[in-house]
Write a protein that binds this ligand. Sequence first.
Ligand SMILES: [Zn+2]
Length: 352
Amino acid sequence: MFEKSTWIRLPRNVVVGTDVLDRTVEAVADLHLAGRPLVVASPTPWEVAGERVAEAFAAAGDRPATEVVERASYPAVETVVETARAEEAGFLVGVGGGKVIDITKVAADELDMGFVSVPTAASHDGIASARASIPEGDTRHSVAAEPPLVVVADTGVLADAPWRLTTAGCADIISNYTAVRDWELAHRLKNVEYSEYAGALSRMTAEMLVERSDAIKQGLEESAWIVVKALVSSGVAMSIAGSSRPASGAEHLFSHQLDRLAPGAALHGHQVGVGSILTEYLHSGEQGRWRAVRNSLAGIGAPTTAADLGVDDEVVIEALTTAHEIRDRYTILGDGVSEAAAREVARETGVI
Ligand SMILES: [Zn+2]
């Protein structure tokens, strides 16, 4: 008996390239979204792009409401929800880096409204995905939401963003290698549902980025183009899988644990990149591809050591030995890595 079914939610309009910010209204109108837009941004993205987007909606007669949020946290989600209700918004437009995109995504989900993603930094793969990560206290919640209906990624805006945000986005994509390995392992050992298509797409996305890493340079729109297309592709792989598995394995658990132990020390992408070096070594040992992962990261200028991340060696050991406790997601960490093993892998890979 055949009893499988799947429901894939994808972004509908993905608009990427030079000066596409000015096509936001057009990309939205194409979807027949009703009502007023609520444009959500944090202070810097508001100046860089948010104001321009709001003005374009105003010029089109859409009477946009606006909300400039200071911090990415649950209270900010509530603020956006309240403003959307008070202003009788019909859909939400998130303009900013990862945090604003995540807040707006979760608020849109709570309001059951359409969501438009306008990233101002190519810093992580949440810009086109259905997953959002929201900090609360000393931890982060990864929550399910809907993917954006529209993604507008202006390569001029992205190329002007701080360079470290772009290298973080690259590292988040490079980590797909180990995420897919963990997913395959969980499939073999725990019968976790696996999608060949999503796994292949995620891995190919990482491979294409690594192959073109020589062309990824600060300030170039072409570089922003390569990175943001990979981030969208990574988000699509997660949509196809119906989970974050294609882009989130043990290296992400390691990063979440660093968030707890050393809050704000480094960017998400940079943390998962270092995590990937460690978990690739755990998968295949000395002879494995961990050097290729490390060299790719080093090539684009992303951190490869605890010192680069700005965390103590002991914090790395603690994160690696406790990361398996975070969530019910089977990975190469299994039921935990011993302290001695963690020290060995961290030393052998040069992370500490
Ligand atoms: Zn990530």
